[in-house]
Design a protein around this ligand. Structure first.
Ligand SMILES: [Zn+2]
Length: 404
């Protein structure tokens, strides 16, 4: 691997950057066209992209892309963002583990739980954001549930006892605990009061996703008219047996106003589903997510998740062994970048867009998601070997936060 990086160690570091190794420039293959480039960085911001002679290409084998942005992640490295024991230190550990996977921005996701747990954990997350090192990587949070379908299958792994009807006052309590940082809410539009909640959330700057839903075409249309704009993990959070005409998938695929988030880990969707969703929605709209559980980043073995025994196999599948059904995801978003190229034959540029530019644009994160002068220097440097994408370095706001 050849990837030249110049390191400058600042002893009097600017507040923005904190202590550590700062990069003034980096060379490698540009993710958009795979040609050699030098990317200059000044004060944590991308300042210039300089084309290098094409004849130098053979001396590089690392790609440089914008850091990945994962808007649905339930936990990492044994830290569960919905867990009873969430701490700022735990959030820091999860953040660092995600840096190792090229993720420079993510939305910790709190799922259906008791009222008190949701409030408490949003308060802990809000406190974590005030820590500079964590705050750079977490612009806000995702609340998935508790206003979802109570039906088996559609509900997925969300606990039925905590599923409840939409409640505007309750959501505003969560938003207050979260210091206004809930940026994403996933709900089922068919439950009573959901459309009012979509309107309220959108009016208050929250992006709304449709998920864990058994909604029909009319209910989905009403939710989108009210401002819902994402199909959360399209193709998942859905019963195995559905009506071939009247099901939640067709109306979401047919509505161009909805961008799908997809778990392309090789387990949650078949390659032909990914290919179809991609063909229908296009490289401008698809958002890749990991939907990873706290077990992600842990070695294979038997664990307890949500009070139940689960098994994680070496290929990254997490299943309830008795029912042989998926209990969650464990593979980082980089796997989705690589997989979607294999499943759809899309370019590296498009695959990276789905994991960085598209989520940044959808959520209004205008300072990141692309390599253009003026954006924050959030970069991932990786090699590609067969079907694996190996992260070599992760740079956050111009500072190396991970090096292999
Ligand atoms: Zn889900």
């Amino acid at each position: 691997m050849k990837c030249r990086i110049v390191l400058l160690v600042f002893f009097l570091t600017p507040m923005l950057l904190g202590q550590g190794e700062h990069v003034s420039h980096i060379e490698g293959l540009f993710y958009l066209d795979q040609s050699p480039v030098r990317i200059d960085i000044k004060d944590g911001i991308l300042s210039k992209i300089v084309r290098l002679p094409e004849s130098d290409k053979s001396s590089y084998n690392s790609y440089i892309a914008p850091g990945f942005i994962d808007v649905q992640i339930n936990g990492y490295a044994s830290i569960d963002f919905s867990g009873a024991d969430l701490t700022v230190d735990g959030i820091r550990r999860a953040t660092r583990a995600l840096w190792q996977n090229g993720v420079t921005t993510f939305f910790p996701t709190i799922i259906t739980n008791s009222h008190q747990r949701i409030k408490t954990n949003f308060a802990v997350l809000a406190e974590a954001l005030r820590q500079e090192d964590i705050g750079h990587s977490i612009p806000g949070f995702h609340l998935e549930g508790p206003y979802i379908s109570p039906e088996d299958g559609f509900r997925g792994a969300h606990l039925q006892e905590f599923v409840r009807q939409p409640d505007i006052n309750q959501l505003s309590e969560y938003q207050k605990a979260a210091d206004g940082k809930i940026l994403f809410l996933t709900l089922a539009p068919e439950i009573e009061g959901a459309i009012d909640l979509v309107e309220y959330a959108v009016a208050h700057g929250i992006i709304v996703g449709i998920g864990h839903t058994a909604a029909d075409a009319e209910q989905i249309r009403r939710a989108v008219d009210a401002g819902a704009s994402i199909s959360t993990h399209l193709g998942n959070g859905c019963a195995n047996m559905i009506h071939r005409h009247n099901n939640p998938l067709w109306p979401q695929l047919a509505d161009d106003r909805l961008s799908p988030s997809l778990i392309v880990d090789g387990h949650h969707l078949r390659p032909e589903e990914v290919r179809t969703f991609y063909k229908v929605k296009g490289a401008e709209r698809v958002l890749l997510i990991s939907d990873a559980l706290d077990l992600a980043g842990m070695p294979p073995g038997e664990y307890i998740a949500g009070g139940k025994k689960v098994v994680m196999t070496p290929d990254g599948t997490i299943k309830y062994p008795e029912q042989n059904v998926l209990a969650g995801a464990s593979l980082p978003i980089g796997r989705g970048v690589q997989n979607i190229m294999i499943y759809t034959q899309c370019s590296l540029a498009d695959a990276v867009h789905m994991a960085s530019r598209n989520p940044a644009r959808h959520f209004g994160l205008s300072d990141r998601g692309e390599i253009v002068p003026g954006k924050r220097a959030d970069l991932v440097v990786f090699t590609r070997n067969g079907d694996t994408l190996e992260v070599q370095k992760t740079i956050l706001a111009g500072k190396i936060v991970y090096a292999q």
